[in-house]
Design a protein around this ligand. Sequence first.
Ligand code: SAM
Length: 226
Amino acid sequence: MRRIEAKAYWDKRYSKSLDWCLEPSVTAKRFLNYIYENNNFENRFKILDIGCGYGRDSIFIANFLRNSQIIGVDVSKVAIELATSLKNTLSLNNLLFIETDALSISDKKLGNSFDFVLSHLFIHLFDYKGRLSLYQKFKNLLKPKGLFFFSVPTVYDEEFRKGKCLGIYTYKNDRGVTKTFFNKDKITCEIQHHGFEVLHVYREKEIHFHSKKHVHDLFVVIGGKT
Ligand SMILES: C[S@@+](CC[C@H](N)C(=O)[O-])C[C@H]1O[C@@H](n2cnc3c(N)ncnc32)[C@H](O)[C@@H]1O
């Protein structure tokens, strides 16, 4: 999907419902678990949530890490309006939502030295060239030793090989969304070759209830900037 199409698609989808409710994603839960295990709840982190949607993960994190500063970005105007309104209702002052295309973000726009970049079910929406551009941007935004927490659908996901085949791992579904699916080697090699050390790859299930109940099979990956 080109940017304009993506924006229209997601604006329309978010106008109808909050598809994933306010339950945080498996990526956000893994992230908070990492913070807990490292006893870092009181630290002041800078955290970027890319493709944040209506902000369910940013809000969850901002609520727990009150000393940290969280920025959520998304291309959908409707998503950012919803996220901002939820943030205001909850009086979270450590959180900012920005409507922008991830492919045009830069350290000049957002500042650099983020401790963490998070991104749940986002990078699989881009083709290889787009993903490489995103990895480069995330590297520039992260401080040395910063961490990239993200998720992608696996080849064991029920949607793999459904819809129009655009490549061995890439399918366009009946809603017109193009998704790339990954096995462990593919995601590991891809990020290793683009400036990240793979620290963990977790296989997770995430249940979604929009349309009809379905279960996604995902990898949640922690990459360390090298
Ligand atoms: C599957 S949704 C995930 C949303 C959110 N991470 C969550 O789990 O609730 C993918 C998100 O990526 C956003 N998106 C798609 N293309 C984008 C782009 N080029 N720049 C920024 N956001 C984009 C969409 O608007 C949508 O909110």
